[in-house]
Design a protein around this ligand. Structure first.
Ligand SMILES: Nc1ncnc2c1ncn2[C@@H]1O[C@H](COP(=O)(O)OP(=O)(O)O)[C@@H](O)[C@H]1O
Ligand SMILES: [Mg+2]
Length: 238
């Protein structure tokens, strides 16, 4: 159990790396594992995460409509409302605004495709996290099974920071499940994609607990399946 509200920011300047996909999946998984109430914030003007949330039937995780300039106040309200985790999605860019979002993070997660272009593009994200003194974790996303470039990517990324010990593979269900506002776990909680999301959440949760000083090295009693339904800040997100 985390002692206070935590903030995970998904950031990387590369479009298509998996920020929105993983923001939605991690928020739902955190809620499923009892770490909620969880809220999502979409700071990308394209609003992909907001549109996905609007297509959802389940009101949890909640969606907080915010803009860069109000983030401080909106996070403060979320804390007062009793949210325990906020997951923030960001646009694929390197801007001062994104750097400010990162300043609210307890952990920054940078999904990265195992491709030369993506690997070459990690520098500015690393710089932002460093400038703000925030822990950064790379997640290799969209990997092809048994491809050598996956492990090469992990090694390359490890030169710049921590790499999550969970690789997210390329599977159509990540995209397909989000069409009607769901996640892979809500289609089949035991499919390979869902197990990867669970493992990624477990890792991120441990990181948050360590930062918090509450990590015991044991299974968290709160990690059982619960359906903590959070209060919703209005249904329409865009
Ligand atoms: N692991 C994955 N397997 C298959 N498709 C993926 C995976 N991760 C992301 N995608 C797809 O790739 C595209 C870009 O992902 P997205 O999460 O929108 O990236 P970003 O938010 O970083 O721009 C989307 O169509 C998404 O459905
Ligand atoms: Mg996106």
């Amino acid at each position: 159990m985390l002692s206070s509200m935590r903030v995970i920011v998904f950031a990387s300047q590369k479009g298509g790396s998996g920020k929105t996909t993983l923001s939605g999946h991690i928020a739902v998984e955190a809620e499923r594992q009892g770490a909620g109430p969880v809220a999502l914030i979409d700071t990308d003007p394209q609003g992909s995460l907001a549109k996905w949330w609007n297509a959802r039937k389940d009101p949890a995780p909640a969606f907080i409509q915010s803009v860069f300039s109000n983030l401080f106040y909106d996070l403060d309200s979320a804390r007062n409302e009793g949210f325990r985790l906020v997951v923030i999605d960001t646009p694929p860019a390197v801007t001062r605004a994104i750097s400010e979002v990162v300043s609210f993070a307890d952990i920054v997660v940078a999904p990265t495709r195992p491709s030369p272009h993506d690997l070459r593009a990690v520098g500015p994200t690393v710089d932002i996290a460093e400038a703000r003194g925030k822990p950064l974790t790379f997640v290799v996303n969209g990997a092809t099974p048994r491809a050598r470039i996956t492990s090469e990517a992990a090694v390359a990324l490890s030169q710049h920071g921590t790499v999550a010990p969970v690789t997210m593979h390329h599977r159509v269900d990540f995209a397909a499940s989000m069409i009607d506002g769901r996640t892979v776990m809500e289609i089949d909680p035991f499919c390979p994609s869902a197990l990867e999301v669970s493992a990624l959440w477990k890792y991120l949760y441990e990181r948050l607990q360590r930062a918090d000083g509450s990590y015991s090295g044991q299974e968290d009693p709160m990690s059982g399946m619960t359906t903590a339904h959070s209060r919703v800040f209005g249904r329409r997100a865009v």
